[in-house]
Design a protein around this ligand. Structure first.
Ligand code: ATP
Ligand code: ATP
Ligand code: MG
Ligand code: MG
Lengths: 223, 223
């Protein structure tokens, strides 16, 4: 469902240039769960933002089905994101002036086949917090609202940037089970970016990432 | 150096009231490293914000040395924070319009015995990123700027709210070593709030926290 060829991202110029992505080639099959594992600063969020249609590469191609995201206009990228992509951001990006319920509803209102917002919030253990504003939620609760919002959209592809960073192991496992359900029952292709190696267990394949490129790809035989 | 008695924090009223802290009694000795461990939503950030002088309790007392924070005016709390406290926030709270170097310098300029900002940034592996703005930094890099900023102040007490949440295990270990150094070489009392049980190894004592109160306190004999 995804195929990138020589995907490159450079910030700045000359001596202070930062090569965030160095010619990345990778493929993701429809319905797969892929975990992208790598250290801080290795380029994981940059890669996700480009194939999620939120940012543009400096060079290279990124195909979603048979369309090249790198050749799309801003309008086309917006439509791609709206119609196909659920995104859990590393920094949540919740609307501070809306409650948890309203934050999820903002996305389900314009989705083609959404879940009920409160049902998605219940799946991540937030039934008691649906009317709280982000400022009235703990770090881990805010992260879970961001997950509920992406999952409730019932997207074709679900991109998750560090989805359990702020969660204790029990809550983190519950959230990973929600992501697994969305994959198994709704057929979403799931790409999880993380630095936590323990999450590799749920993946069909694990892509090891460092310094802006793929180091190795491991097929998970234990799954 | 800290002693809380019946510390309570309630948000809201009546049926929708949230009891974030339920009469917390705890003591912290000078020069200790204490890890506060608990699940998402258990009240860890709330507790830290109150003894860090950033928020007020609904009931109870919190003594820093012999002064009761719960009886201080806003001005006195501001002076307490400025003179004694280094704080690593769960959401970093960096100034978006300042570079990493300037963010750290903002704090060292008004501190009594600070480190050099770039030295603190080098300690957390960010020598190459001192002139980047927060938006030009990865999640883990932003978290490390927040840590450098708190540590550079050379504070009497260092409060860290989930200091390694966005960091891979290698970078996370490096950061915990920086916190250990600040404790051993500079004598800072360090309170680390986290949901990651692996961090308990570096503590003198581990306070297990759940549902707004202390469950048990474990002295670390292996240290
Ligand atoms: N706008 C920018 N200008 C310059 N450098 C940037 C910019 N954005 C990101 N970078 C750099 O690109 C590199 C990759 O960033 P990215 O956010 O993709 O890393 P990451 O793997 O997600 O890290 P983390 O695990 O810490 O979130 C980092 O070293 C960062 O400093
Ligand atoms: N302003 C507020 N109004 C109402 N409830 C609040 C408010 N701030 C926090 N809470 C609630 O208080 C509880 C404790 O929050 P706190 O942020 O201290 O948890 P935490 O242990 O830090 O969690 P995490 O590990 O997820 O960061 C949470 O259930 C949260 O929903
Ligand atoms: Mg990132
Ligand atoms: Mg918290």
């Amino acid at each position: 469902i995804f195929s990138t060829k020589g995907l490159t991202k450079v910030y700045g110029e000359g001596r202070s240039a930062v090569h965030a992505l160095r010619g990345v080639d990778l493929d993701i099959s429809e319905g797969e769960i892929v975990v992208l594992l790598g250290p801080s600063g290795s380029g994981k969020s940059t890669l996700l933002n480009i194939i999620g249609g939120l940012d543009r590469a400096t060079e290279g191609d990124a195909f979603f089905q048979d369309q090249n995201l790198c050749e799309m206009t801003d309008k086309q990228l917006t439509r791609y994101r709206r119609d196909y992509v659920g995104f859990v951001f590393q920094f949540y990006n919740l609307m501070p002036s809306l409650t948890a319920h309203e934050n999820v509803e903002l996305v389900t209102e314009i989705a083609r086949d959404p879940m009920d917002p409160d049902e998605a919030l219940a799946m991540v253990g937030l039934r008691e917090r649906v009317d709280h504003f982000p400022a009235q939620l703990s770090g881990g609760e805010q992260q879970r609202v961001a997950i509920a919002r992406a999952v409730a959209k019932n997207p074709t592809v679900l991109f998750c940037d560090e989805p359990t960073g702020a969660l204790d192991s029990m809550t983190g496992r519950a959230v990973l089970n929600v992501l697994k359900d969305v994959n198994e029952k709704l057929g979403a292709t799931v790409l999880i970016v993380t630095h936590a190696a323990s999450q590799a267990a749920m993946a069909d394949r694990v892509i090891h990432f460092a310094d802006g490129n793929v180091r190795e790809v491991v097929v998970n035989k234990n799954k």
